[in-house]
Write a protein that binds this ligand. Structure first.
Ligand code: GLY
Length: 314
């Protein structure tokens, strides 16, 4: 991003703890410290003071808290603004973004608690206006694809843009070379065009020739998790699932069948209860009705998925 002028937070990467601590002396808080590797969405610390940031660096680099992912840390400027997830198909030439979505990454209501892989989503994201979408295409999406080509690393597939709409315009928080979870659960139900046709065109470099159209509707996913996630939680509880209809779906994630064919919980984020409706209020209401009918012993879900999006629309 630095090399190609793609808007992102100012950052530096460190493999030596002393250099990281020295760099922090010249920065101001709040500031972000990240373990440079997979950490199940938990390797990001927003430090309110420089001392807290130093402690986070020491935990990651000397404390072994994140294993190999903590051997390299990124210290990053703290950006403010609403977050938007945009998944996009690209064949290396054109980019066809899917409908935008809003993840809810914290474990508890009111965006409190620890970071998780995602506790729920709504689509579309009201902060992703037409004007923001146009800027993202010109300043982020196309420059990213061109940069990948310039590096002889042409990317074909689904590219996940994690964006923040800052007072200075949209900036990249993260890329993933995959669909998002739980973003996909609200994006694909709104897809009107044929997914296989799009994927074939993405793979064969003919994406310019196919339509990627979305319904003019809203979707909501409420993640039903095991109480205690993302830290310690029990699993192995039998699950009872509600019937789904034409505009509702249950996507199972952290579960398994035992030898008798009984469905048991087997993870932190157990399933997503998803609904689609003409209005955001309708989608939220239906998704929560569905989630409330899911039964297992330590089921937990946030009660405010979609409320920020509703407030932004008001
Ligand atoms: N929901 C965040 C991700 O899929 O990375």
């Amino acid at each position: 991003m630095k090399k190609y002028g793609i808007p992102t937070a100012k950052y530096e990467t460190f493999t030596e703890m002393d250099a990281a601590l020295q760099y922090l002396d010249a920065q101001s808080a709040p500031i972000v410290v990240k373990a440079d590797g997979l950490a199940l969405g938990k390797g990001v610390i927003i430090a309110e003071t420089i001392d807290d940031a130093k402690r986070a660096v020491q935990d990651m680099m000397a404390g072994g808290k994140f294993g190999k992912s903590g051997e390299c840390v990124v210290i990053e400027e703290f950006l403010t603004g609403p977050e938007v997830s945009v998944l996009a198909f690209t064949d290396g030439n054109v980019v066809k973004p899917m409908v935008s979505s809003m993840d809810h990454k914290r474990a508890l209501d009111g965006d409190k608690g620890l970071n998780t892989g995602g506790m729920g989503t709504v689509a579309p994201n009201p902060y992703y206006t037409d004007e923001v979408a146009q800027r993202c295409m010109e300043e982020i999406f196309l420059p990213t694809i061109h940069a990948m080509n310039a590096e002889n690393r042409t990317f074909r597939g689904c590219l996940y843009f994690g964006l923040m709409i800052t007072p200075d315009g949209p900036k990249v928080i993260e890329y993933n070379c995959r669909f998002g979870d739980p973003e996909t659960q609200v994006v694909l139900p709104l897809l009107e065009s044929d997914l296989l046709t799009i994927m074939q065109a993405t793979a064969s470099g003919t994406l310019a020739d196919v339509d990627v159209k979305f319904r003019d509707e809203h979707a909501c996913c409420v993640v039903v998790a095991s109480e205690g996630y993302p830290l310690k939680y029990d699993k192995g509880f039998p699950m009872t699932l509600p019937e789904t209809g034409a505009d509702t779906e249950i996507y199972i994630a952290g579960a398994k069948l035992d030898d008798n064919g009984t469905l048991l919980t087997n993870g932190g984020r157990v399933l997503g209860a998803v609904a689609r409706a003409e209005t955001l209020e309708g989608a939220i209401g239906k998704a929560y009705n569905l989630a409330s009918e899911v039964q297992f012993e330590n089921a937990y879900y946030r009660k405010d998925i979609g409320q920020r999006a509703l407030a932004a629309k008001a």
